[in-house]
Write a protein that binds this ligand. Structure first.
Ligand code: 15L
Length: 267
């Protein structure tokens, strides 16, 4: 294995569960963390439960790890308070813990919702300015800026993955463009962990889809080569959803339905 010990946060989340066996192949010991109990450790695994918003727990969690794959946190549009706790305070605690423990690299699960208010007829790259489609996307933009600060000031490297839609198969027509297969997710995370020099690199997480809104040219140095494509699902998805209303915000914007949810506080 390439690493002695890797840490996977959000290990019991949707993508944490996908990455758990795959990251195990990259390290002697895989430390797994989540906020609530998720069963026993397997061989070559350690489990440590921690709340992202607890700085002491985060400091303990990052002890003796070579790199962190940070999949923990809120992963959908939600009210401000859980986003503040997990994605703002939590991201800060993670980077402070990395600095304290001398951790050299973080792979940060950012999201395409950092740029969800670009339209589906635009092709953008990681160099275009953020345009979050909600509080969730905004919190991920904060995480990316935090990563940049911790590289510039403390030399901690990060690859921010603006993950599209990572599922077994795309679920709707939008996901023909945003789909990231689980095998390509693994390729992307491994590239992010092992590319020799990354500084703070932002990359979109998508497979080799025929229709796409994201140009990863500026992140070519990662060496990520997607090998799957959503194209084989196209006929079925277009048959299931034959009509697109181009004035519907869900069809207009890259973030899809996320542009419509929230704010929550006033109902
Ligand atoms: C995300 O950021 C979410 O975590 C995930 O649930 C999907 O909805 C995905 O974006 C998407 O845009 O499809």
């Amino acid at each position: 294995p390439r690493f002695k010990r890797l840490l996977l946060t959000g290990a019991d989340g949707h993508l944490g569960r996908v990455l758990r066996p795959r990251l195990k192949r990259q390290c002697e010991v895989l430390r797994l963390s989540h906020r609530s109990d998720f069963g026993p450790a397997g061989s070559g695994e350690e489990i440590e439960l921690a709340y992202l918003e607890n700085p002491d727990a985060m400091r303990r969690l990052l002890r003796d790890v070579d790199a962190v794959v940070h999949m923990g946190g809120v992963s959908t549009e939600q009210p401000w308070s859980p986003i503040l706790a997990s994605n703002i305070v939590g991201a800060y605690n993670l980077y402070e813990a990395a600095r304290h423990n001398g951790v050299r690299r973080v792979v940060f699960a950012s999201s395409n919702h950092v740029t969800g208010f670009y339209t589906q007829r635009e092709v953008i790259s990681p160099l275009d300015p953020p345009r979050p489609d909600g509080l969730y996307g905004l919190s991920k933009a904060f995480g990316e800026n935090l990563a940049q600060l911790y590289f510039d000031k403390h030399g901690i490297e990060t690859v921010s993955l603006r993950i599209g839609s990572s599922y077994e198969a795309p679920k709707d027509r939008r996901m023909l463009a945003t789909w990231l297969s689980f095998d390509d997710l693994e390729r992307l995370v491994v590239a992010a962990l092992t590319a020799p020099v990354v500084g703070h690199t932002v990359v979109y997480g998508l497979s080799d889809n025929t229709t796409a809104w994201w140009d990863n040219g500026p992140a070519r140095h990662l060496g990520y080569r997607p090998q799957d494509s959503s194209e084989r699902f196209r006929a079925e998805l277009e048959a299931r959803q034959p009509h697109i209303d181009p004035t519907d915000p869900v069809a207009l914007y890259q973030g899809g339905s996320f542009v419509r949810t929230g704010p929550f506080e006033d109902g």
